[in-house]
Write a protein that binds this ligand. Structure first.
Ligand SMILES: [Zn+2]
Length: 129
């Protein structure tokens, strides 16, 4: 049974703040795509309607690579990636991806699900996805 609740989260310097409804007990994903594998990012996916950016849109910087459908959003002041979103026109298919450790209260021992990544869906281990 889901224990989804309203949480806040954001970057290190506090410029980027958001609220999100999710169950903190559900597992985060350790993505090992070419970007997350380098940064050790642990992700949570939530439907777009469960995420609301409260502040910091003016300091967000954006990065896209490969197919450029995922908009990785970083705080330009402290460099923390709080979230990413896709550019799909299908809203139910457009989840917001959160850096699991940026959601508050910070959970010291996240439940993790390994091996869920985009890289496994393409040929070759070194292709940028
Ligand atoms: Zn910041």
């Amino acid at each position: 049974m889901s224990e989804a609740k309203l949480h806040t989260g954001g970057c290190h310097c506090g410029k980027v703040r958001y609220e999100v409804t999710l169950d903190l007990a559900e597992p985060a994903i350790t993505c090992n795509c070419s970007m997350c594998g380098r940064s050790g990012t642990m992700l949570r996916f939530v439907p777009a309607e469960k995420f609301k950016l409260l502040s910091g849109e003016d300091v967000l910087t954006h990065y896209r690579f490969n197919s450029k459908v995922i908009d990785h959003q970083f705080c330009s002041v402290c460099g923390i990636k709080s979230a990413a979103s896709t550019t799909s026109s299908c809203k139910p298919c457009r989840p917001v991806t959160l850096t699991a450790r940026a959601v508050e209260p910070r959970v010291s021992a996240l439940t993790l699900r390994h091996g869920v990544d985009a890289r496994q869906r393409v040929d070759g281990p070194f292709r940028d996805v």
